[in-house]
Design a protein around this ligand. Structure first.
Ligand SMILES: Nc1nc2c(c(=O)[nH]1)N=C([C@H](O)[C@H](O)COP(=O)(O)OP(=O)(O)OP(=O)(O)O)CN2
Ligand SMILES: [Zn+2]
Length: 135
């Protein structure tokens, strides 16, 4: 029997969606206002979900205090109040779309979990635009 444990978090960040090998017109056509050159911000919300067996000794799938600390170290401290294009090396040549951000977050959390746990991350870029990654 497995149970899923969830922890919510949030961070604020700036970004711009564009391709260096496209001109302004093409970038504007594909990425719309998200291509504007001077960046814009989002209040990102995320839900981190860990699935596994309940440890009979503790009653935990994962200690939520531990999960909270992992998310703080790997997501909030790394991304909060950052310019994703300029400050985060992974996005130097990769568009910081919700899809690419959720994969980055998943990879940073996954390395802290044992192999017997499943991880799912849902990232809200806006209240109505959100993505999910399960690895
Ligand atoms: N597949 C994706 N499409 C888009 C992404 C993305 O990351 N993946 N990102 C954007 C923009 O960055 C942003 O999300 C759009 O912002 P906005 O238009 O303000 O968002 P809403 O649609 O929620 O706003 P409404 O008020 O509902 O119009 C674009 N596409
Ligand atoms: Zn945006």
């Amino acid at each position: 029997m497995t149970v899923t444990v969830h922890r919510k978090s949030h961070f604020n960040a700036a970004h711009r969606l564009h391709r260096k090998d496209w001109d302004d017109e093409k970038n504007r056509e594909v990425f719309g206002k998200c291509a504007l050159p001077n960046f814009h911000g989002h209040n990102y919300d995320l839900t981190v979900s860990v699935t596994g067996e309940i440890d009979p000794t503790t009653g935990f799938v994962i200690n939520l205090d531990d999960l909270k600390q992992i998310i703080k170290d790997e997501v909030e401290d790394y991304l909060d109040h950052k310019n994703l294009n300029l400050d985060i090396p992974e996005f130097k040549d990769l568009n910081p779309t919700a899809e690419n951000i959720v994969v980055l977050i998943w990879n940073r959390i996954r390395k802290h979990l044992s192999d017997d746990k499943q991880l799912e991350v849902t990232l809200y870029e806006t209240p109505r635009n959100f993505v999910t990654y399960r690895g």
